[in-house]
Ligand binder design. Structure first.
Ligand SMILES: Cc1ncc(COP(=O)(O)O)c(C=O)c1O
Length: 385
């Protein structure tokens, strides 16, 4: 009876329907499925943040529409976080907009700058929201392959001139989902020069900025001139195990921030202020839980790396995030299907993140060490057959 819009028709179908169905069937049968599929922290939100939320939710002043770019106090906490962690200056009044999770901002941002026919430069494999947000805004994505031989960095020099002329936004995400790779300073300097020269906005997704192991990732605003062209998206989701709370922020160039705030004013009414209050505790309270989280993910990474290395798999050791990107020799959908059928192990086929993801599988290390060990044992049995 109803016809969906052309825009909705263009949104590609969910790739993993069959795998999901099989997983559900196994779960219904009561099978012990080990799930490396979802990128959602398995640990609870730290208790100091929960306590702050309990207090805040009782306060009637937080029960009304939040509106605007977020509370002054939370924006100040975000600004202090950048100063303390990265020695970077962000003006809390002009250069921050609080979001309902970074996904909300990333998906709405193209509505501010993309007209039909405009192009977003989108890395692949990558988080699908960059291209879907562009599509919803009526634009098109030009995909930039991330290759292992190039440390999973895009080669900007290979983008054809006519595409560069049409491009309005360049998306980048480091620490990177799904590869676990980082961007170095020299590369980021080139990116900023490229964006300035071609009048392209850099939308920098730093959702995993605090999940790092050997070295801290470079903050984009520590690159000279970055603020002229950059909006960064970040979030409390992964750093504080708060994916369900829906709170994040955009920061950077004040014109980009006010444009996003204007679109948001007409779509949502902001982030529940009690959650923003708890967010202040997250950013300014004890950071012991964050240090502990890094230790836990590092242990899991090393355990998994050791196990799959012994099984003969190749990989670049992730420098951050909780993802593990493993090279395989066969088709990634078939591989994942085989793993589920024979080992009752769920992983995500690399091709789901873009064509350059073919030949890889993503394991999300959001399960505990004993389950990781059990998964390695199951894989040993499969490949010993
Ligand atoms: C690369 C990347 N960016 C952004 C997000 C969105 O996170 P949130 O909306 O919870 O802040 C995710 C979530 O998985 C992600 O993987």
């Amino acid at each position: 009876m109803f016809e969906i819009s052309e825009r909705l028709k263009k949104i590609p179908p969910y790739l993993f329907v069959e795998i999901d169905k099989k997983k559900k069937k196994l779960l219904e049968k009561g099978e012990d499925v080990i799930d490396f599929g979802v990128g959602d922290p398995d640990m609870p939100t730290p208790s100091n943040i929960i306590e702050a939320m309990k207090k805040a939710v009782e306060n009637p002043k937080f029960h009304r529409y939040p509106f605007g770019k977020g509370t002054k106090e939370f924006r100040k906490a975000i600004s202090d976080f950048y100063k303390k962690n990265y020695d970077v200056k962000i003006d809390p009044d002009e250069e921050i907009c609080v979001l309902i999770g970074s996904k909300e901002g990333i998906s709405h941002f193209p509505l501010c700058f993309i007209n039909p026919g405009d192009v977003s430069l989108v890395p692949e494999p990558g988080y699908p929201v960059y291209s879907i947000g562009t599509l919803i805004a009526g634009g098109e994505s030009y995909f930039l392959p991330l290759k292992e031989e190039n440390d999973f960095l895009p080669d900007l020099g290979k983008i054809p001139d006519e595409i560069v002329r049409k491009a309005k936004i360049l998306y980048l995400n480091y620490p990177n989902n799904p590869t676990g790779s980082f961007a170095n300073k020299d590369f980021l300097k080139d990116v900023i020069n490229f964006c300035k020269k071609n009048k392209i906005i850099l939308a920098y997704d730093a959702a995993y900025s605090e999940i790092y192991f050997e070295e801290k990732p470079v903050n984009i605003f520590s690159i000279e001139g970055a603020k002229e062209v950059t909006i960064e998206f970040n979030s409390l989701s992964k750093t504080y195990n708060m994916t369900g709370w829906r709170i994040g922020w955009a920061c950077g160039n004040s014109f980009l921030i006010s444009s996003l705030a204007k679109i948001k004013e007409n779509i949502d009414s902001g982030t529940f202020e009690a959650i923003q209050f708890a967010g202040i505790e997250a950013l300014t309270g004890s950071q012991d839980s964050v240090a502990k989280m890094r230790e836990i993910y590092k242990k899991r990474r090393d355990l998994f790396a050791d196990g799959i290395k012994k099984l003969g798999f190749e990989f670049s050791l992730p420098k951050g995030t909780f993802y593990f990107w493993v090279k395989i020799k066969e088709n990634s959908i078939k591989f994942v299907d085989f793993l589920l059928e024979n080992g009752k192990i769920v992983a995500t086929p690399g091709v789901g993140f873009g064509p350059s993801g073919e030949g890889y599988v993503r394991f999300s290390l959001t399960i505990n060490e004993s389950k990781i060990k059990e998964a390695i044992e199951r894989m040993k049995k499969i490949w010993a057959k």
